[in-house]
Design a protein. Sequence first.
Lengths: 291, 323
Amino acid sequence: MSAVFILQSLISGILMGGIYALLGVGFSLTWGVLRVINIAHAAFGVLAAYIAYWFSTKLTLDPLFSLVISLPCLFFGGMILHRGLIRPITKARETIISSMVLTFGLAIVLENVMLWLWKADPRVLNPSYSGTAIFIGEVALPIPQVIAFGLAVVGISLIYLFLNQTHTGKAVQATWQEQEGAALMGINLNRVSQITFGLAIAAAGLGGVAMAMMYTFDPPVHNFWLIYMFLVVIVGGVGSILGTALAGLILGIITGLSMAFIPYQWINVLTFGLLIVILLIRPQGLFKTGV
Amino acid sequence: MAKGPGQSGIGKILLPAGAGILVLLTLFPLFSPPAYFLSMLYMVFLYVVLAESWNIIGGLAGYLSFGHVAFFGIGAYTTAFLMKQLGLSPLGTILSSLPAGLVAAMVAFLIGYPCLRLRGPYFAVITLCFAFVVHMVIQNIEIFGGVEGLWLPAMEKPISFIRAVFYEIMLGLMVAVILIFRWIEKSRLGMGLMTIKEEEEVAQTLGIHTPRLKIIAFGLSAFFPGIAGGLHAYYLAYISPEIVFDVMISILIVLMALFGGGGSWIGGLIGAVSLSLVNEFLTTFIGAEIARIIYGLLFIGVIIFMPNGIMEFLRRFGREDLC
């Protein structure tokens, strides 16, 4: 096994890891701040991927242009969903479990609406630069993957800056740490949760498009994205942005390297095994620090 | 906590009524009804089996398994595999659903040992992922037919006879599961599980060996879906990962139990019967996709309007005596 081959696997792993992290960030935020596990999170990503697909086939525009429309739509759509569906269930005895069942229903609705609209055939985003790559020595960096990784870096950085540099972002952090305390300090919990949810859904959309740059997708694929997201969030610690980013990279490197040795279809089994081991050792996540 | 119906006034009516319904159901195939009704009721019984089995770990112990379809699918594949490899007779195939249940229970022991140490949402999500992974594994193993699945030679008997046979067997399994659930509910095991649901730390300090109870409960709750899966494989005569590991089934089970209120046998029964009837009608009369969209909306509706189950929903209207 040549060194170049290992290096190649490592680099594609890192590129992949960035996308996992981007998909996981919003999931982590909703779980941490709202105490809501959004099973439909990845389904919104698939939805954004289909919108991008539609942009590139129907309008022959670059799939990235679709983000200008789909991200604001997902953000406001997320806020509306929060108002209509998520807020009522925070009164249930066990919010987290109820939220899982509820968002599962949502995932089923989304998946089947997409099946109905776009059929079950696997799709692939086909931007003009697909199939091209930059070469650094003998290592190839496929341009779509580099762009996807760029989306991940930008997306995660923006969320990080929002949380740490803006007033609203700090309110989100405060709510995550101590809900009642935050409410006493005059933070409008409903508004903060609503913004967090909208932001998370938009981040899912960005992650979905990034994912679709690298792999084929069909409506049920969100179930498998969910495994990755969950893994990333568990490893990184619920609600921790930097932890999630780091966990995404670690997961990417592990899957990237193992892809060099085992067939692709067994990777999910491997990641599941990893998930169990990590949950057993540290259910609170590997990096339990701040946001 | 729901009282056993034996103790309340309504229980005195419920028992003879239940027995009467049971006799009618048993005799039903003798009136040679259309095969459609038999298969519809068969599906209802199947879902009651699944929901009541789920109730053992989910309802009594409060460990919400979102991946119970894995055990159903494992049972289905075990029976199909045994039949193909050993060339079993029809009777042998039906009986092979017992080892299928055992295999499912064994997998539950293996997976339960690490997973049952996780609580709340962690357990729910890990079981969900487990079901996806089992689906993937089976799909990638050559001997199980991959994505195409396996064909099982059907019984060489008239269709109405075959339907009636499966109807009676599934009815029997359903009654068995309900009786076993009620027995567990009143046993030390059930008491322990309910304590775990209320407060696991307290259960431990009371000297309850919680890991052992949980794993027994998980094994039992996987055993019956395994049997049901084995029977269903023969009933369908064709299985594929898409069919028997359908994540919808997992979620339907949870929804049925939650719809009924969870933790009581009558809740599971009501939830399973009502929702599987809705499911049957939807999938029969409307296309699968639209049916699923409606189903997804139903989920959302149930959780928003009855976050704590229909039993509590009814109780709020002063129907205290019902449970």
